[in-house]
Design a protein around this ligand. Sequence first.
Ligand code: WTA
Length: 633
Amino acid sequence: MPEEMPDRATFDAVYRRSLEDPDAFWAEEARKLDWSRPSDQVLDWSPPFAKWFVGGELNACHLCVDRHLATPRKNKVAIYWEGETGETRVLSYATLHREVSRAASVLLNLGVGKGDVVALYMPMIPELPVLMLACARIGAIHTVVFSAFSASALADRVRETEARVVVTADAGVRRGKQVPLKPKADEAVAHAPSVEHVIVVRRGTADVAMQDGRDAWFADLLESADDSVPAVPVEATHPLFILYTSGTTGKPKGIVHATGGYMVYAHSTFQWAFDLDENSVYWCTADIGWVTGHTALVYGPLSHGATVVMYEGAPDYPDLGRWWEIIEKYGVTAFYTSPTAIRMFMQHGDEWPAKRDLTSLQILGTVGEPINPEAWHWYNRHIGGERCPIVDTWWQTETGSFMISGAPGIAPMPQKPGVAGHPLPGVDAAVVDENGKPVPDGEKGVLVIRKPWPGMLQTIHKDPDRYQMAYWSRFPGLFSADDYAVRDEDGYIRVLGRADEVLKVAGHRIGSLEIENGAVAHEAVAEAAAVGVPDAVKGEAIVVFAVLMDGYEPSDELGEEISGSISLSVGVFARPKSVHLVRALPKTRSGKIMRRVLRAVAGDEPIGDVSTLENEASVEEVKRAYEALKQEF
Ligand code: WTA
């Protein structure tokens, strides 16, 4: 790692300019996109509501597809799709254009128009990005629901967005097996009266029940599709997508992103972090069901006309060599994954990556959770061959794209393992105390953003008050990211983890209360609390404490059933590591669950300094609660 800071000055100059005159800075960035009408105003800011590029008109699908057709990229590979069981599909920009047009035609033929919501509940197959872009093409708003979410989670999202169309697949493929999806979609749609049509993409082979008049195979609908549907320009403030994410209540938040601001921000930040050139082959391993897949697999790279690798399945299928084989096969130059994946591979030793030629790699990235230095060094050595910069990108569903990250696309800067880095241009980040005052460098505080940025969420779908409360009320005038962080003397920020009751399990964002609701849905459970405990691979693992109703006896089977109830309610990825049946949950006098007591007991740690532990409970009470629970544990 370089000791000196050769390019710090270059970076600082850009950063300073971006904060001194954000309007000019973002206007210049916006000019890198195609606009059918330029904006009249860069930012209309009536806190906490921002409208970016007011008066401007553009189309996100045009930016990601059509505009490349007039260039030599026309026949360049847009997407290399690698199926888990060995099949591949290759889409050039020209073929992507045709597929997207035809998919848009299918939607139009079903009566979908501008502003209508289409829910995409799909596995990692090319039709997923194709349908996202098809929605964008006609001004429809997509809401992608991660395919491992349960039917009830899908139903909530479809109901709330009043989606008229749900697109799903007969099944997904995971570890060589077909995982049925359509039955889950059916169950959800039964509870979502807004849905008029269900489109089913064929991925598996099993028989599927189709409801007459409502359901149709995508392939059948494509037969009468038109391949010259134009991309219609929409206002910059028109929503591009709604993506649900967990907060501290049991009800996920529908994060709304607007076309103009999101596209400008995704386009610029993607280039800064990944420093793409015309020969880049870029692979983001995230599922498109999360924001990482939206920005870093679809809108960011395709807006640059990059070649994207999309992999369908599990990282270790058929063996732990699969990912490294894919990198070698496609000559991946930029690779973006999660610390959980890195730790998983690290645990299994160096021999798997060592079997493959990874010298095509030029840049690596991580996202979703803090990366521990040990995993960083392993990634650097065994994947990057100590040649590749690693960008540790900190961001959120709410921020649209990267906020704090290395920026080799602007200037290479020294790296600090485990530290995300400097805020990117336009990002006025600070670490503050409870009163919103910056803490001294080196001290822990809460991460906030002090100025609006183009990628910021517009609002929470149908709930502007919640938007204001959730993000702007803790520190008036500041966007609260609800992460703990420390800033160092170089202005780099180390992100420590969530400051709220949201868990990060294998990088997936899950609200404690959603898990608890899933547990309480079991008839035997009177009350439950879920906490995260440190996990060597997943970062955090879920531990649930449950109090049983009178008349039920604790047993291992009951614990299993409660786990099952959580999977059914949230999704299999939220299945707890363990469920403990206890007599009572430790609570303060006003009834607030003492989560730190639960975390300490579950993680088998001492309760430590309790003086600042729970505002509402005395030190003695906390200690007593801890000891009592520990004995039961
Ligand atoms: C965490 C994922 C440390 C953080 C893009 C944030 C990170 C939450 C990093 C958002 C990182 C994301 N280092 N922590 N590089 N990136 N996080 O909405 O806690 O799924 O608040 O978006 O992930 O999760 P989300």
